[in-house]
Design a protein around this ligand. Structure first.
Ligand code: SIN
Length: 281
């Protein structure tokens, strides 16, 4: 297996690995170790030219942690752990179209997400990823210290109408107005495997700092979002059919670009369960 970084800070393409044959004969121990280490080193991995059934996609995902369920979307028939994220050619809005980390509004947000490109447009429909370790490390010392003591509220209802419209138009949402999930998490999150700090905030879900009103929190949140989303911390991936990606929700934000109107895109996603985010202290 070869590992080709996309940028110095985030993302790598893996080459010379056939996941379907590994699934069939059982994953080699050395391959699994290499995959897990590459995941920790690069935070998001891309493997092109794969041909996987939903069951094989789940088998691959399970190498990284326990398989979970995503509460807002219907699974594909016969595979409760796999959801289809579809934007039809006739649709305008896209699933998850605001910078976010998956399910931050849950007490135990998902650790990682696996995405498999079933059908993608010839151009457009890229996904961007941003490294929140880098975002934290480049804050000044005083702000780092201050943020380490703080907690923030994440809500599935922030940007609710927009997200609701996106999901409903994408045919993937079954939630009603009663389905609001909220959780308070440390602003600076310690990665449970590497011990490294990251900024755990996103424009999609983070509403306020604990102990403040939304209006009080807004200036600092706006400043931190702008800092976190600068180009230096990002990579951009152009999908081709059969690409599998896995990303680490504990230290990345991601954003699917909605620039392919008139073309169909279908992805399958598996969620890997995570733990309650840890503070640095
Ligand atoms: C997601 O936010 O999980 C979907 C990403 C994508 O469709 O590229």
């Amino acid at each position: 297996m070869q590992i080709r970084p996309l940028t110095p800070v985030v993302g790598a393409e893996l080459e010379a690995i056939d996941l379907a044959s590994q699934c069939e004969r059982g994953f080699d121990k050395a391959v699994v170790e290499q995959l897990r280490q590459a995941f920790l080193d690069h935070h998001v991995l891309f493997i092109r030219d794969q041909s996987l059934s939903p069951a094989q996609l789940t088998q691959f995902s399970a190498l990284f942690g326990p398989i979970g369920r995503y509460p807002f979307a219907e699974p594909i028939p016969g595979h409760p752990e796999v959801i289809a994220i579809i934007k039809e050619a006739s649709q305008q809005t896209v699933f998850g179209g605001i910078w976010h980390t998956d399910s931050a509004y849950m007490q135990q947000p998902s650790m990682a997400s696996v995405l498999y490109a079933v059908q993608v447009p010839d151009c457009g429909g890229d996904t961007l990823f941003a490294n929140m370790h880098a975002a934290y490390e480049t804050l000044d010392d005083e702000l780092q210290q201050q943020l380490q003591q703080r907690f923030a509220l994440h809500s599935s209802a922030k940007n609710r109408q927009r997200l609701r419209d996106d999901h409903l138009r994408a045919g993937a949402m079954s939630a009603t107005d009663d389905d609001v999930f909220e959780a308070v998490h440390p602003v600076v999150r310690r990665h449970p495997q590497t011990g490294k700090p990251s900024l755990y905030l996103s424009p999609a879900h983070t509403c306020l700092f604990e102990g403040e009103q939304m209006a009080e929190s807004e200036p600092l949140l706006t400043k931190l979002f702008a800092h976190a989303l600068q180009d230096d911390f990002k990579c951009r991936f152009r999908w081709t059919p059969g690409t599998v990606a896995i990303w680490d929700n504990r230290c990345l934000l991601h954003y699917p670009v909605n620039d392919y109107h008139g073309h169909r895109r279908e992805m399958w996603r598996v969620t890997i369960d995570g733990e309650q985010p840890l503070a640095m202290f």
